[in-house]
Design a protein around this ligand. Structure first.
Ligand SMILES: [Zn+2]
Length: 521
């Protein structure tokens, strides 16, 4: 059990808790979120809320190493998380006790550490109760999604720190419209989704912490891989409550699960008392599971069709093919969840596919249900495996995931290749299209539609032209090497292009010029 009275821990109590006036989210400006400032008060101050949620697996703090013992470098994940989360399903709240052990794997000394607090992009969703560490902290400040911990002594290269946080989350109801896009953190009348709900260390690159401003378009998180040990306890769970989650899940008792997940950029779960689970295995032994609601079964002119079976089959086919093309998945499970919010959302080993695509499913592969399922499956390589800056170079994962849709149709539904180009791409970006560059940032768009057209769809067109210029074998060899080079890392566009020979670069030069041209022409 974690005892805050332990004198090796340096506790900060809540000093200022100033909530800004909070506007409703709208199309252009994210809401101002709650600001917290914690200044050092007393080394043995009582927390405003106990850390005593028992039985706890949160480790005793590890003494910091003497500087001489710190060994820079290393390939292991930079952070390990141990989390005890108490979920109140009826109230849609979560109390989190969270210990992060973080190693400075850079060659710079850290005077401060930045954590991303995604829930605090929303009004009144996040409350910081306490923050402490196994070395003195000068100040802890949370502004928007950024939590800054100022250290009294710098954290030298190779040294580690353990940070203990206590915070509460109040989930928002998933709304319609653009703010519903982040329904992976929220609840509906039949589902509670915890995606991007935990504090995560920001990535440190080129002498600074990478932490981007919030916008409602696209994603802005950049995350390194980390190890996760998460125990979730649902107090007073509704009957038949099911948890969908990644990693190795052990249900210890009714309403209590422990999940171990290694080398993952995120940690997501979804709860519902209404989930129906369907599962099968790929040839490589990956268990593919889908959690759907009753309305996944739709009536079509050809009779009733179960969208769960349709999405499951598409996932199995696509995962098997992507493993052949891009390298083994290196995970033994893949989970799909019918999400009560628009479109889809990728996480490591688990993805959401919108309820909308199940409801409107015509019962064939000519459907967004199939398109989005195989798109999210592709993100297991282009996001979960190979990381990129999702705010500044979103095309690196989105264009590859979208082009992977085409590769799926080419392989399993060759009669639908032209349909895919017309339905998915040309109807939004016809040859006469003029718009932003493929390599635009998420901040350059006024609407989600413009963003998808420029980055996803024209990105797929660009990759297809590259394939035609290089030849299919060389093209997929390139993507496979990119997947190998970028595995468990965060890469940038240069690292993608650099894998081509000078001769190949020359072949695709006009294509890059055309698609990276500001007029899009
Ligand atoms: Zn995507």
């Amino acid at each position: 059990m974690l005892t805050l009275q332990n004198t090796r821990w340096f506790l900060l109590s809540v000093f200022v808790l100033a909530a800004c006036s909070l506007g409703r989210p709208d199309e252009t400006a994210p809401p101002t979120s709650t600001v917290f400032r914690l200044a050092q008060a007393s080394l043995a101050a009582a927390p405003t809320r106990g850390f005593q949620a028992a039985p706890s697996r949160i480790p005793e703090p590890t003494p910091t190493l003497a500087d001489a013992d710190c060994i820079p470098g290393g390939e292991a994940p930079t952070a390990a998380h141990v989390i005890e989360a108490e979920v109140n399903y009826a109230r849609r709240t979560v109390d989190v006790q969270h210990v992060i052990r973080m190693v400075n794997r850079t060659s710079d000394a850290f005077e401060q550490i930045l954590l991303n607090i995604e829930p605090n992009r929303l009004p009144a969703a996040f409350t910081l109760v306490a923050a402490s560490a196994n070395q003195p902290l000068e100040m802890v400040e949370v502004i928007g999604r950024r939590m800054t911990l100022n250290l009294v002594e710098p954290l030298l290269p190779g040294c580690d720190i353990e940070i203990a946080l206590s915070y509460s989350l109040t989930l928002p109801q998933i709304s319609s419209g653009i703010s519903g896009l982040i329904g992976y953190f929220g609840y509906s009348n039949r589902q509670l989704n915890l995606g991007h709900w935990l504090a995560t260390p920001a990535v440190y690159r080129d002498g600074g912490w990478v932490t981007h401003d919030v916008t409602v378009i696209g994603e802005q998180l950049v995350s390194d891989i980390a190890d996760w040990d998460v125990t979730l306890t649902v107090s007073d769970p509704p009957d038949n409550l099911v948890m969908a989650g990644p990693g190795t899940v052990t249900q210890e008792e009714d309403g209590r699960w422990r999940v171990l997940l290694e080398a993952s950029r995120d940690f997501v779960v979804s709860f519902s008392p209404f989930f129906r689970r369907t599962a099968t295995f790929t040839e490589q032994g990956v268990e593919v599971e889908i959690f759907t609601f009753d309305n996944a079964v739709v009536n079509t002119p050809a009779g009733p069709v179960d969208g769960a079976q349709q999405a499951l089959e598409a996932a199995i086919q696509s995962l098997t093919m992507y493993a052949d093309l891009y390298g083994e998945m290196s995970r033994n499970r893949f989970v799909i969840v019918q999400g009560d919010f628009p479109d889809g959302m990728e996480f490591t080993q688990m993805v959401f596919v919108s309820d909308q695509w199940f409801r409107t499913n015509p019962g064939t592969a000519e459907s967004y249900l199939t398109i989005i399922t195989v798109h999210e499956a592709a993100h297991q390589w282009w996001y979960a495996r190979v990381g990129n800056d999702q705010a500044l170079t979103p095309w690196l994962d989105e264009a590859l995931a979208t082009y992977s849709e085409y590769v799926f149709y080419e392989e399993f539904h060759p009669d639908l290749k032209e349909w895919w180009w017309n339905y998915r791409v040309a109807s939004f970006v016809p040859p006469s299209y003029i718009g932003k560059r493929v390599d635009s940032t998420v901040y350059e768009f006024a609407t989600v539609r413009e963003y998808i057209n420029a980055v996803y769809l024209r990105g797929a067109l660009m990759l297809h032209e590259c394939r035609e210029a290089l030849g299919t074998d060389a093209f997929f060899d390139w993507l496979r090497r990119y997947s190998e080079v970028g595995a468990n890392r965060i890469v940038d566009a240069d690292q993608f292009w650099m894998l081509l020979t000078d001769e190949q670069m020359e072949l695709i030069r006009p294509i890059r010029q055309a698609f990276f041209n500001p007029l899009g022409g």
